[in-house]
Design a protein around this ligand. Structure first.
Ligand SMILES: NC(=O)c1ccc[n+]([C@@H]2O[C@H](COP(=O)([O-])OP(=O)(O)OC[C@H]3O[C@@H](n4cnc5c(N)ncnc54)[C@H](OP(=O)(O)O)[C@@H]3O)[C@@H](O)[C@H]2O)c1
Length: 343
């Protein structure tokens, strides 16, 4: 297997990499700029009628809406008939979002700060008139980092876990009372292929996304009694600024660790890992694909529990699981290390 195919999701023309049972309907609805209630078949309209009989637009909160996947889906949902609360950390990002789409209501929310999350929940509760609930929550905010486990400072590791795992926990806990008020509410957690496929150098990110998978699975079962569905997204690489940001953060960590006695031993591996991540950033899927999957999870009467996005992610996740069952982990290790050595 070439290095390219391992670390670079094959660019998908349309949605063939998103596994949905009823692809044609999914495509037409997801691509439609119309209200989510309009492009549905008769049978499926019943669910939407229940949602929209609330006398207003269904409301959704998207965390991390200042950039990348979150920003794209916030804009997409607003133009598709949703009332969107766009979670941002800075006022200026909220203003920029609003400038692009008047219908988005920016909400300041730092998922790593419990007080900020509680304040955001109180604000949204106040904005939802008539005690109307929140129909959807998209736990998207996240950070990435490349640094080997021997060198990564505990504080940096904890930061990734804090944003990527405790963040969704805090947000879900604070917003659940609002979600319970809406009919058949939806929670969408944005994980990653890194929640199944562990790569060297991505230890902190891998640990956080593996944990998020378990979070989604547990939450899905716990939410059954409230009729709230939980979907988990596992995208392969997507073209967003996350790779540039993680590159900068990783360089800072490596610079700080340069006095560590093992720093020199990891130099080459780190270079390869960052190069592979950079390559994936260039060749990754477009945010349209994540838009479609998130819209489907929020709008379809039968949302999927897992959405794997990107053909390479689909192949690699299946292969990884199979190799694990067959106790052939060494094959996966060889594939990954061999692919990395090509960078
Ligand atoms: N891009 C990919 O290849 C890829 C692949 C698989 C999964 N994902 C996942 O997709 C999600 C979105 O990533 P992205 O690619 O769109 O990255 P991005 O462009 O860097 O966006 C990350 C978003 O998360 C926000 N964020 C970071 N820390 C936060 C905090 N403490 N509180 C609130 N918001 C915070 C950022 O806000 P600021 O602007 O304020 O920093 C930004 O809006 C992440 O969970 C990521 O792990 C991405």
């Amino acid at each position: 297997m070439s290095s390219w195919s391992l670390f670079t999701p094959v660019r998908c023309k349309q949605l063939h990499s998103i596994q949905v049972r009823d692809q044609s309907r999914f495509n037409s609805r997801a691509q439609s700029k119309r209200s989510p209630t309009r492009a549905l078949s008769r049978g499926r309209r019943q669910w939407q009628l229940a949602v929209c009989s609330q006398d207003g637009l269904p409301a959704v909160l998207v965390t991390g809406a200042s950039s990348g996947i979150g920003r794209a889906v916030a804009l997409h949902l607003a133009s598709s008939g949703w009332r969107v609360f766009g979670g941002v950390r800075r006022e200026v990002d909220g203003a920029l979002l609003k400038e692009e789409e008047q219908r988005i209501e920016p909400v300041i929310i730092d998922v790593a700060n419990a007080e900020s999350v509680a304040k955001a929940a109180a604000l949204v509760r106040g904005l939802l008139e008539d005690d109307r609930g929140l129909q959807g929550l998209v736990n998207n905010a996240g950070v990435a980092m490349v640094a080997p486990l021997e060198l990564i400072p505990e504080a940096e590791f904890a930061l990734v876990m804090d944003v990527n795992v405790l963040g969704p926990l805090r947000v879900t806990q604070c917003f659940l009372p609002l979600l319970k008020k809406a009919p058949r509410a939806r929670i969408v957690n944005v994980g990653s292929q890194a929640g199944t496929l562990a790569y060297p150098g991505f230890g902190a990110y891998n640990c956080s996304k593996f944990a998020l998978e378990a979070f989604s699975d547990t939450l899905r079962m716990e939410m059954k009694m409230f009729d709230i569905s939980v979907s988990h997204l596992s995208p392969g690489a997507v073209k967003t600024p996350i790779w540039e940001r993680s590159g900068k953060r990783s360089n800072d960590v490596m610079e700080a660790a340069s006095t560590h006695e093992a720093a020199a031993q990891y130099q080459e591996l780190n270079r390869q890992t960052l190069a592979a991540a950079g390559n994936a950033a260039v060749k990754g899927c477009s945010v349209q694909e994540t838009n479609f999957a998130i819209s489907h999870a929020l709008s379809d009467p039968k949302p999927k529990t897992h959405y794997i996005i990107g053909r390479a992610a689909n192949v690699m996740i299946r292969l990884r699981k199979l190799l694990g069952i067959l106790s052939l982990d060494w094959v996966f290790d060889w594939l990954v290390l061999n692919a990395l050595s090509k960078f």
